[in-house]
Design a protein around this ligand. Structure first.
Ligand code: GUN
Length: 284
C-alpha cells in the first residue's frame, strides 16, 4: 500500500514556519501585504479567496480584498491593477481566475507588475523560471516540489512524467522538476501510447482535469503519484484526476484529494508574499 502524502499536514508545517518568519520580519518593521482581486461571485472562487485570506491572517500577512461586480469592464480592472502596482503599501497582487468573458485574462496578467506577481503568471516571471533566474514560483507546481521533498521522494535523476500542459500547472511543473534535475516528459491529450509513457515514471504528476482518469494501467509499481485534479463525483464527493482506490495499491506514494496538492498551493502563495516584502528591502 502506498505511502500517503499528507498535504494538509505539510502545508500546516510550512505555514507555521512562515508565521515565524513573518513575525521576525515584523520586528524589522516589515509587514507583507497581499491585494486579492475578485471579479464577480463565482462560488468556487469565493471559497478560494476566503481560504487565501484566512491563510494570510494565520501567517501574519495583511490582506486587502477588492471585489468588482461580474459586469466590470476590462478597463475597470486594469485601472485597479495600475493603482495597486503604484501603491508602495501593497507587495503582492493576486487576481483570482477565471475572469468573466468580457475580460481578457492575458491582458490582465500582463498588467500586474512582475515584482508584485505572487502567482508567478506574468510572462517575465515565466521566462525567468525557464532560464533558471530567481523569481516567484507558480504556487501549485512549487507546492508539489515541496510535497515531494518533505515526503522523502528524491527527484534528481528520476523519470518524471507530467500529464497535462496548462500554463498554470503542466508547463511550470515540468520546468521545476527539471530544475531539480529530474528527467522530464510532458504528455497531453495527443500523446500516443500514454499508458506506456506514464508507466516509465518514477514521479507521475496528473493534471488532466478529468475525474478518476488515471487508473493503475498508467502506473509503474512503486511510483509517486501526484494528483492535481479537484472535482465532485456522481455522489457529490470531492475526488481527483486519479482513481485513488485503484492506484494506491500499486503506487509507492500518493496524494489524496482532498488534502494533497490543494492546501499546498495556498502555503506557497504565502511564501511568495513574504518573498515580495523581503524584495522591497533588497532593492532599496
Ligand atoms: N484560480 C485557480 N487557481 C488559481 C491560482 O493559482 N491563482 C489565481 N489567481 N487564480 C486561480
Amino acid at each position: 500500500m502506498a505511502q500517503l502524502i499528507d498535504g494538509k499536514r505539510i502545508s500546516q508545517e510550512i505555514k507555521d514556519e512562515l508565521r515565524e518568519e513573518a513575525g521576525k520580519l515584523r520586528e524589522r518593521g516589515l509587514e507583507a501585504c497581499l491585494a486579492v482581486v475578485q471579479v464577480g461571485e463565482d462560488p468556487a472562487s469565493s471559497i478560494y479567496v476566503r481560504n487565501k485570506r484566512r491563510a494570510c491572517e494565520y501567517v501574519g500577512i495583511r490582506s486587502l480584498l477588492y471585489t468588482l461586480e461580474e459586469a466590470a469592464s476590462q478597463e475597470d480592472l486594469l485601472r485597479l491593477i495600475r493603482q495597486l502596482n503604484n501603491d508602495p503599501e501593497v507587495h503582492g497582487i493576486l487576481v483570482q481566475l477565471p475572469l468573466p468573458p468580457q475580460i481578457d485574462e492575458k491582458a490582465v496578467l500582463e498588467a500586474i507588475s512582475p515584482a508584485k506577481d505572487v502567482d508567478g503568471f506574468h510572462p517575465v516571471n515565466v521566462g525567468k523560471l525557464c532560464i533558471g533566474e530567481k523569481t516567484y514560483l507558480p504556487c501549485t507546481p512549487a507546492g508539489i516540489i515541496e510535497l515531494l521533498k518533505r515526503s522523502g521522494v528524491s527527484i534528481a535523476g528520476k523519470e518524471c512524467v507530467v500529464i497535462g500542459r496548462s500554463n498554470i500547472v503542466g508547463k511550470p511543473m515540468a520546468m521545476l522538476l527539471l530544475r531539480e534535475n529530474g528527467t522530464v516528459t510532458i504528455t497531453h491529450s495527443k500523446t500516443e501510447n500514454l499508458k506506456a509513457v506514464a508507466r516509465r515514471a518514477d514521479i507521475l504528476v496528473v493534471a488532466v482535469g478529468k475525474p478518476g482518469f488515471l487508473t493503475r494501467e498508467y502506473v509503474k509499481e512503486g511510483a509517486a503519484v501526484i494528483d492535481v485534479g479537484i472535482h465532485r463525483d456522481a455522489h457529490n464527493k470531492v475526488c481527483g484526476d486519479v482513481d485513488f482506490a485503484d492506484v494506491s495499491p500499486v503506487a509507492g506514494a500518493i496524494t489524496p484529494v482532498p488534502g494533497g496538492v490543494g492546501p499546498m498551493t495556498i502555503s506557497m502563495l504565502m511564501r511568495n508574499c513574504l518573498e515580495a516584502v523581503k524584495a522591497t528591502v533588497v532593492s532599496k
